[in-house]
Design a protein around this ligand. Structure first.
Ligand code: AMP
Length: 490
């Protein structure tokens, strides 16, 4: 179906032609006519499928000409997504006179206050800052006709549900409500029942399956060798622009430092950076000033950069939904893309849940020219030494030893590092506490010397798996104060 048959007015069609969009994506074909009719919509579509235009275009058309109040409100989980959606509103509305602004935290409130004072028709906001402004009576939402929740599942994951409900309480009861989500967990269904009226459900292509054009591969590797493997892949393959996901801010910063020291053009984005650093990193990546962007999950859904060649999950996310979101950053708008995930034995259960969610067994890649056992070449400062020299050094490394049926570090052992994942996991956990343990095959694992940072991190990771947080005390406090440990870690 061409854009001309969707009922969009000539000004919007001109803007689409200027954006060089040839035809609507499936979510656009389905959603635009229904939203134009004024119906509430629940839209579930794969990530990167053109969801933003699917709601922004009909909103612009329904608003028509500028008014004196805020008449459309879009809530997004992240600052980056707020900026992106607002710039989409300006792009598609370039031949209209409607005014829009983005409201988000982490930056001075003053320019946002001034934009609101000058008058806007469309506000795109993250819930926290919007509530701050509402509480200071600096924004009035009594005239909102259309509410949109973008990436609603992500907002719920991030603990924004109470904030969303608070914002909804300040809106007129009679309004159109649109909800877009990549996944449809039960909580989303509860939310739609409470804030929407007889919504039309639009689900494109099975919301749980990532875009088909993405080729996905797993790279089994021990945690301490992930940096080496990344550098090895960067040498071996052309994969720029590259987006790398780490689990923590600390991990992102550390990897950023390693890549910068090797003169890669890399930027880093996570919640511990200032808003201008975050935006600078994202803009620089978009303009190809940086080839590599290292990010945590907090921004996984706000990143719309065209032509991302590869996504690498340096650390796997904790669940399959986040995996789908992350890899959806490549293969945007029907382009091909590659998604690599580094997996260690502790990730096996997440891998199983991802494979179940995407209904597909992922291929495991073993590189013949990479040394899978022994110390990290980065730690010993010999990252560029030939592999033969590196492997001989492992004998003297403190990080691990194995005694048993075969000689330590035998080739066959190195080629099947996850032969006995459960026993290995137990062994490493015990080793980190300064003990030695034997697995079922009689092998003994342990460590010599002081605990490394890598091992401390791995222990924290295990604690997080067991307790839901590496800081059980802190989690309790966070819960009491209404925030979640998720926000502080990412
Ligand atoms: P979204 O899923 O909204 O983040 O959009 C993903 C990307 O697809 C964005 O870069 C859009 O500019 C692009 N896009 C959206 N609609 C179309 C279309 N009909 N044709 C080509 N590209 C599109």
């Amino acid at each position: 179906m061409p854009f001309t048959e969707l009922g969009l007015n000539p000004d919007l069609r001109r803007a689409l032609a200027a954006s060089e969009y040839q035809r609507p994506t499936p979510i656009q074909s389905e959603a635009i006519p229904v939203i134009l009719e004024g119906r509430d919509v629940v839209g579930a579509a794969q990530t990167g499928t053109g969801k933003t235009a699917a709601f922004v275009l009909p909103i612009l058309q329904r608003l028509g000409s500028p008014g004196s109040k805020v008449r459309a409100l879009v809530l997004t989980p992240t600052r980056e997504l707020a900026v992106q959606v607002e710039s989409a509103a300006r792009k598609y509305g370039r031949f209209l006179k409607l005014r829009s602004t983005a409201i988000y935290g982490g930056v001075s409130q003053r320019p946002q206050e001034e934009a609101l004072k000058r008058g806007v028709d469309i506000v795109v906001a993250t819930p926290g800052r919007l509530l701050d402004l509402l509480n200071q009576r600096l924004v009035n939402l009594a005239g909102v006709e259309i509410l949109t929740l973008d990436e609603a599942d992500r907002m719920l994951d991030m603990g924004f549900l109470p904030d969303i409900r608070e914002v909804v309480r300040r809106l007129p009861v009679s309004r159109q409500t649109l909800l877009f989500t990549a996944t449809l967990p039960a909580e989303i269904q509860d939310l739609t029942r409470s804030i929407q009226t007889d919504p039309v459900s639009i689900e494109i292509g099975g919301h749980r399956t990532p875009v088909n054009a993405i080729e996905q591969r797993l790279f089994p590797v021990m945690p301490h060798l992930k940096n080496d493997l990344l550098l090895h892949l960067l040498e071996r393959e052309t994969m720029r622009p590259l987006l790398v996901f780490t689990r923590t801010k600390y991990g992102a910063d550390k990897l950023h430092g390693i890549l910068e020291r090797r003169r890669f053009k890399a930027a880093c984005i996570h919640s511990g950076r200032t808003q201008s650093q975050r935006q600078g990193a994202l803009d620089g990546f978009r303009k190809s000033e940086y080839d590599i962007l290292i990010a945590t999950d907090i921004v996984a859904r706000g990143i719309d950069v065209q032509n991302i060649s590869h996504v690498i999950n340096f650390d796997l996310p904790n669940n399959s939904d986040d995996y789908i979101h992350r890899i959806g950053r490549t293969a945007r708008a029907d382009k091909a893309g590659m998604a690599y995930s580094f997996v260690s034995p502790a990730d096996e259960s997440v891998v199983r849940s991802i494979e179940k969610a995407i209904c597909k067994k992922l291929s495991r890649i073993h590189l013949d020219d990479f040394v899978y056992d022994g110390p990290s070449a980065l730690k010993s400062g010999h990252a560029n030494l030939p592999t033969t020299q590196r492997s001989s050094e492992k004998v003297f490394d403190r990080s691990s030893f194995r005694f048993g049926g075969r000689s330590s570090g035998s080739d066959s052992a190195s080629r099947t590092p996850f032969r006995n994942a459960k026993a290995g996991r137990r062994g490493r956990a015990d080793a980190m506490q300064g003990r030695r343990t034997a697995d079922a095959s009689g092998w003994v694992e342990g460590t010599i010397g002081l605990q490394t940072e890598q091992e401390r991190m791995e222990l924290k990771q295990l604690q997080r798996r067991i307790f839901g947080s590496s800081f059980p005390q802190r989690k309790k406090r966070d819960r009491a104060s209404g925030s979640t440990s998720f926000r502080s870690r990412y």
